[in-house]
Design a protein around this ligand. Structure first.
Ligand code: URP
Ligand code: ZN
Ligand code: ZN
Length: 501
């Protein structure tokens, strides 16, 4: 491959030499020349840069995009994250991630423009890698639907997260339809936390009344059927009005099958899963005392069959993005244990940390373990996120003109995971003691070498905000609409309008 368009007279700022480069579609050996923060040339035998990095024996991959992580945010249960934009982005970078998309979170009573402006101010001051925002939407009233959301979408927040559970955030089906409709018109992707709220609270009430309060009962309250039913409903809502949707943090085997079936019918439903659903099971919640709280997330990890189903879903494209859902809550009164020893499974902050280990875990178990190819790894950790969230062609791939966001992985390096080696502010990891094979030793963000020799070299606030473009599924949706195609519902409605009988 020789695709150099570089001006041969101007030296590169950086040359990454002799690495084994992988994109989502191909693997080859070449040099990468970087100028002005972007990839200027990809070819063998490039001239020396102002700085040369020898990548012989290294796998040179696009920096990861983590499109689902909670940073400096108030959760659905009203708990503040333990990571701010500095600790979260430093931690992400050490794990090979160069772009994050966390959530500006509206809670009821909050005005969307202020939510976004406040969140942007936090990120601007602290982030060391580039970032966009999703918007969590708790109150889809007229102000939001007619004014604030269209404006936010035009400003580059082209994805919205909505919840079918959590008292503070839950939307009903009518509201979900309103949000999907608006997103279809304005070009945003709706991310749905799909769990049946009433099933969960009905089971939980009975467990608590019976004195079953330990963390392990979280997995009972969040029955797999609660996830499957809500996913089916979300898909039906999306199909009814023919607007794309993305189901986040898919955990259960039956849910994977529901998604596969919907996609086979042609539905524009996309889905994400996370390390906790590949590498943890419900048994992890059954630890002595309250230790199981460290593994408590919603939906909870399931069983070995569900782990296999998630692997299969990644392999056949049913699941297209692998995110951390990093939800950093400490194992103390600020997060997991608000009532100390008296904390019940209903009180524990939901979510597990994973922003730093997301990619090393998948690299080790997936690529080195022979379950997925290196190209699939790149697609799942970077390129598909860029496609689904409007970041292509700038992010998520190694190509001329793309930002020089690159990670040099040493496939031979074995690392034993410990809390002490991580850079987040959580104080534990659910993956303590595991050995992973392969590690991102050098990480480059927009041409800056930000991680090298185990040290962070980027300044606080040097990350840049990424206004995002139209997500690919919405672009396809717009094309379908332009071609006159529309959902059976809209066809029926159109027919009725012509003939009111
Ligand atoms: O338990 C989880 N997944 N917590 C994080 C918040 C969310 O719903 O994504
Ligand atoms: Zn969620
Ligand atoms: Zn989440």
């Amino acid at each position: 491959m020789n695709t150099s368009v570089a001006d041969p007279a101007a030296p590169f700022d950086l040359t990454v030499r002799g690495g084994r480069i992988s994109t989502a579609t191909e693997t080859f050996t070449a040099d990468i020349g970087v100028r002005g923060g972007v990839i200027a040339a990809i070819a063998p035998g490039l001239p020396a840069g102002l700085r040369d990095i020898n990548a012989t024996g290294r796998w040179v991959l696009p920096g990861g995009i983590d499109s689902h992580c909670h940073v400096e945010q108030l959760s659905g249960m009203g708990v503040m994250c333990a990571d701010d934009f500095h600790s979260a982005t430093v931690s992400a970078a050490f794990g090979g991630t160069t772009t994050i998309i966390p959530f500006a979170a509206q809670h009821r009573g909050m005005a969307i423009p202020k939510v976004v402006a406040d969140y942007a101010a936090l990120a601007r001051e602290k982030a060391v890698i580039d970032y966009g925002f999703h918007l969590i939407l708790a109150n889809p009233d007229d102000q939001a639907l007619k004014q604030d959301l269209p404006q936010a979408i035009r400003d580059g927040i082209t994805s919205l997260k909505v919840y079918m559970t959590y008292d503070r955030l839950k939307l009903d089906d009518y509201q979900l339809l309103d949000v999907l409709k608006l997103a279809g018109e304005e070009g945003a992707l709706v991310m749905i936390h799909a769990e049946n709220h009433d099933m969960i609270r009905w089971i939980a009430r009975r467990l608590l009344d019976a004195g079953r309060v330990a963390p392990k009962y979280h997995r009972v309250a969040h029955d797999p059927l609660a996830e499957t039913e809500a996913t089916q409903r979300a898909i039906a809502l999306s199909r009814l009005i023919d607007v794309p949707a993305l189901i986040v943090h898919v955990a259960g085997a039956e849910t994977v099958q529901v998604l596969r079936d919907a996609r086979a019918l042609g539905a524009s439903v996309h889905a994400e899963s996370c390390p906790q659903y590949l590498f943890l099971t419900a048994d992890d919640l059954d630890k002595p005392g309250l230790e199981g709280a460290k593994f408590c997330c919603s939906p909870p990890p399931r069983d070995a069959a569900s782990q296999q189903a998630v692997w299969d879903g990644f392999k056949d494209g049913t699941l297209s993005v692998y995110s951390s859902d990093h939800a950093p809550y400490r194992y103390d009164q600020s997060g997991k244990l608000p009532y100390g020893d008296a904390t019940t499974f209903k009180d524990m902050a939901n979510g597990v940390p994973g922003i730093e280990l997301r990619m090393p875990l998948l690299f080790s178990e997936g690529v080195m373990g022979g379950r997925i190819t290196i190209e699939e790894f790149v697609a799942l950790t970077a390129t598909n996120h860029a496609r689904l969230y409007g970041l292509l062609p700038r992010k998520g791939t190694i190509a001329i003109g793309a930002d020089a966001d690159i990670a040099l992985w040493n496939p031979g390096r074995e690392v034993q995971v410990s809390t002490a080696m991580l850079h987040d502010n959580v104080g534990y990891t659910p993956y303590e003691g595991r050995t992973v094979r392969g590690w991102p030793e050098v990480v480059v963000s927009r041409g800056r070498v930000i991680v090298e020799d185990g040290r962070m070299h980027a300044e606080r606030g040097s990350g840049q905000y990424l206004p995002r473009g139209i997500p690919e599924p919405l672009a396809a949706h717009a094309r379908r609409a332009a071609d006159g195609a529309s959902s059976p519902f809209f066809k029926r409605l159109k027919g009725m309008q012509k003939d009111p009988e």
